[in-house]
Write a protein that binds this ligand. Structure first.
Ligand SMILES: [Zn+2]
Length: 407
């Protein structure tokens, strides 16, 4: 850990670590559930101290952490594979495509990273319960980390969440409250719950350490890429926190003098859940009306971290693109067939996006392009069933079968 201050990304005020817990108190007065968060806090470290202490020969990534190591829960995570996918790249028309497969975290999604750090913070604060709203992955991650740490997870989740995710949460022992509504409804209910009954709220971006937790994926990519910055990173975007976390990783590395430039970040959204995409394109924020996409993890009407996500994309020199459900399903199958990686639909959206960008002036085919796989496909088998057909069974005892099969 390195000392840090919280900096409000809306008004610029700074706060000591224990002076605030969630949003900037000055800006939070303008916030009400149902709009993107205002006053989201960003941890600004003593970057000179990191620069002095960091060694590439023996990198200590805890220098970039906002919680002391002694509070970490016993839940090993991260260190997920980062590798070149030449066959997929060739099929997509690009020469140098890489995957970061974060579906191989213990609960099978990148969200483990955020839950880990918030649970570490709960340990530091002696909070026994942690509350969250989620489309499914954040909740199953929180339930898993809480199980390892001996804490109570309290979860508000849309009743439509994929069953595998619900099964995970319950099996890990969380208290699950399904909501007959959207993720946005669950978000509001979880805030009301914390205000009334306490506990640490892990809502994404609402708790600033969710962004800090997610940034570790960017730090890992940098290390696994032999301390080089990729040219472009494609990130599936729902409420805009993962892309903000990825940005924060490279922002911190640059602030600490370790890198000279940022990777261009490409925001990938489902066309029916595209509030951040539209915000980036037009500069005007509007909710996504009735988001309905097969990519449940990025299905959101009011993205909580819209402002920070937009800034991350623009400050990195990146851009935004949308894909349809059909394109996502086709890409999911293509990714599986060409790489052996079974990603959930949201994660496959990046492959769909790259497919659309072939021949575009926005990307050079020789650039190093990284696709961030955020969740495992086994979390939502039903979605994948749209693009395959399970063959009818054969009767093992039909005379002549052996001959037919072997011929
Ligand atoms: Zn503020």
């Amino acid at each position: 850990m390195t000392p840090f201050l919280y900096h409000c990304t809306t008004c610029g005020k700074t706060y000591q670590r224990d002076e605030v817990r969630y949003l900037c108190p000055a800006c939070a007065r303008q916030y009400r559930p149902g709009i993107p968060l205002v006053g989201v806090l960003s941890a600004q470290f003593d970057y000179a101290a990191i620069k002095r202490r960091f060694r590439k020969q023996a990198p200590d990534w805890n220098l970039f952490s906002a919680v002391e190591e002694k509070h970490y829960p016993p839940y090993p995570l991260g260190g997920t594979p980062f590798f070149r996918v030449a066959a997929l790249g060739k099929a997509l028309g690009f020469d140098n495509v890489w995957l970061k497969n974060d579906g191989l975290n213990p609960s099978a999604s990148l969200k483990d990273r955020a839950s880990f750090l918030v649970v570490a913070e709960a340990n530091r604060l002696n909070e026994p319960a942690i509350v969250t709203a989620s489309t499914g992955n954040a909740a199953s991650a929180l339930a898993a980390v809480c199980a390892a740490a001996g804490k109570q997870a309290i979860i508000f989740v849309p009743e439509s969440a994929p069953r595998a995710k619900l099964v995970q949460m319950l099996l890990y022992g969380a208290r699950v409250i399904p909501v007959r509504g959207t993720y946005d409804d669950a978000f509001r209910l979880s805030l009301e719950y914390t205000a009334r009954k306490g506990g640490l709220n892990r809502n994404t971006a609402y708790h600033p350490l969710t962004i800090e937790g997610k940034k570790t994926v960017g730090l890992e990519i940098y290390e696994q890429n032999r301390f080089r910055v990729p040219d472009v990173l494609l990130v599936p975007v729902g409420d805009g926190v993962i892309i903000s976390g990825v940005f924060k990783a490279f922002y911190d590395l640059k602030a600490a003098g370790l890198i000279a430039r940022l990777p261009r970040l490409v925001c990938v959204q489902a066309d029916r859940s595209a509030a951040i995409h539209n915000y980036i394109r037009t500069g005007n924020y509007r909710d996504a009306r009735q988001p309905a996409t097969i990519a449940d993890s990025i299905s959101v009407s009011v993205p909580s971290n819209a402002h920070m996500a937009r800034k991350a994309v623009l400050d990195s020199g990146g851009f935004s693109i949308t894909v349809t459900d059909r394109e996502i399903l086709r890409a999911q199958r293509m990714l599986a067939e060409r790489t052996g990686v079974f990603a959930e639909p949201a994660a496959a959206a990046t492959v769909a996006a790259l497919r659309k960008l072939r021949g575009s002036e926005l990307l050079d085919r020789k650039e190093q392009i990284v696709l961030l796989v955020t969740g495992h496909g086994l979390k939502d088998v039903e979605a994948a069933m749209h693009s395959i057909r399970i063959p009818a069974p054969i009767d093992p005892n039909v005379p002549g079968r052996k001959k037919q099969v072997s011929s």
